[in-house]
Write a protein that binds this ligand. Sequence first.
Ligand code: DX5
Ligand code: ZN
Length: 220
Amino acid sequence: MKLAPSLLAADLSDLAGAVRKCEESATDFIHWDVMDGHFVPNLTFGAPVIKCARPLTGIPFDVHLMVENPGAYTMELAQAGVQFVSFHIEAEAHAHRLIQQIGSTGMKAGVAINPQTPPSAIEYLLPSLDYVLVMAVNPGFAGQKFIEPCLKKISILRDKRREYGLDYLIEVDGGVSEDNLERIALAGADIVVAGKAFFTADDMKAFTIKVRASSSSRMI
Ligand code: DX5
Ligand code: ZN
């Protein structure tokens, strides 16, 4: 699997230092949790901050929009140099249109689903998507416990991908730790987000290597 450390769990007074830690571990992505204080009960950063960090690294930026009206944010994110952007299906009535809009900027488009949202809610969007972000915690905060039934949703999305001959990636976000890495990989995830597990690891590089060594069931 690939790794996307979530800056939400880093020391936000030293974002440049956090980006450097990702660089030192050669992570595959850097995950930015953009929150508006409405869709989720927390407030973080937006495109101006992301834009300032862009020159610090060549690692692709993966933005997870936990906001109402996500379409209002995407153009500015493209201009900030973001490569991947996902929005919540629960926050957007016209998801298909927004996916097209994101794609037209050159960014990869993803849809995120909350723990209570079944994969069937996005079934008809799957052919248009570059990736699906499966939330395994209730969005808003880092350091929460992985919600086990979400594992099943990863497998369902992996099976749908095979059934329909699609190639979207499956990203899993929330509560990822050394203890559940292998199970998440076996369920079919391609990318894991890790906040607390990465930024509190004694050896971030070793954690990154461990994620990469966890084999996706795609190869079985
Ligand atoms: C939660 C965020 C996650 C979170 C992950 O709302 O979307 O990206 O920061 O943090 P951990 O890995 O600590 O659960
Ligand atoms: Zn996230």
